[in-house]
Design a protein around this ligand. Structure first.
Ligand code: HEM
Length: 245
């Protein structure tokens, strides 16, 4: 009947939020995101996150640019307002210095994510909206709070190393999100394409979760090595043990 039909979300923006709801909860509860929320994010965590974001946004934005005239991309193409790559580069230079490009390290999950972005940019540009939604609307939502928390946690000065979180071209994130949703809803998709987009959005969240888990694992391995080597050196009468290689 009419009443029950009204409950079924028809707009893409409604559907995409609905199908990714559970994934969002899981993303929020990754170790990395919990560190942010508790105000305990560390510099090594944030630096590694920036490295992965660099690889992800580089490919996402390249593919958005290349497909900017595609009918499923054009309505949600907002490079002036949303593009993150220059900001991420600035932050990486701040933390790693001028030779930051040689210092980028990412977990395998980040490469799988960027590979997928490249693939859909080439084969299914109509799915790019799922990835753009997941990253940009996330950055404009929880991301705004996380930026302020990150500044406090790491004791950074007035936005230094935090360009990633700042959207100078977006004066009201909430109004912009409304505009973005209405543009998403204006994209004409067949039922099959729409299902593909919804599936891809769940996948996009999954990629993000795997990236967070992957870089957290890198940090725990590096931390264990450091603790191990300091234990070793203590064992050698306080002298520093030289480990070859
Ligand atoms: C929306 C918080 C992590 C993607 C939101 C909203 C909040 C929020 C408060 C606004 C909800 C609304 O307007 O109804 C957080 C917090 C996070 C987090 C605290 C972690 C500390 C993430 C991650 C992603 C993400 C990791 C994806 C990579 C999104 C998206 C939206 C959103 C796409 C827009 C939902 C929509 O209106 O359709 N988040 N979030 N979030 N978040 Fe997150």
């Amino acid at each position: 009947d009419v009443a029950s039909k009204q409950k079924v979300p028809r707009d893409l923006s409604e559907q995409i939020k609905e199908v990714t709801k559970e994934s969002h909860v899981r993303a929020e509860n990754t170790e990395l995101m919990l560190s942010f929320q508790r105000g305990q994010v560390t510099l090594p965590q944030y630096k590694l996150l920036l490295c992965s974001l660099y690889e992800i946004y580089q490919v996402l934005e390249e593919e958005m640019d290349r497909n900017s005239n595609h009918p499923a991309v054009a309505p949600i193409y907002f490079p002036a307002e949303l593009a993150r790559i220059k900001s991420i580069e600035k932050d990486l230079e701040y933390f790693y210095g001028p030779d930051w490009r040689e210092k980028i390290v990412v977990p395998a999950a980040t490469q799988r994510y960027s590979h997928r972005l490249r693939q859909i940019g080439k084969e299914n540009p109509e799915f790019l909206v799922a990835h753009a939604y997941t990253r940009y609307l996330g950055d404009l939502s929880g991301g705004q709070v996380l930026g302020r928390i990150a500044q406090k946690s790491m004791g950074l000065k007035s936005g230094e190393g935090l360009s990633f979180f700042a959207f100078p071209g977006v004066s009201s994130p909430n109004l912009f999100k409304q505009l973005y949703r209405s543009r998403m809803n204006s994209v004409e998709l067949t039922a099959e394409e729409r299902n593909g987009v919804l599936e891809e959005a769940v996948r996009a969240f999954e990629f993000n979760i795997q990236v967070f888990d992957g870089l957290q694992k890198m940090l725990s391995v590096a931390g264990n090595r450091q603790r191990q080597s300091s234990t070793d050196s203590n064992a050698v009468h306080g002298k520093t043990l030289q480990i070859p290689g």
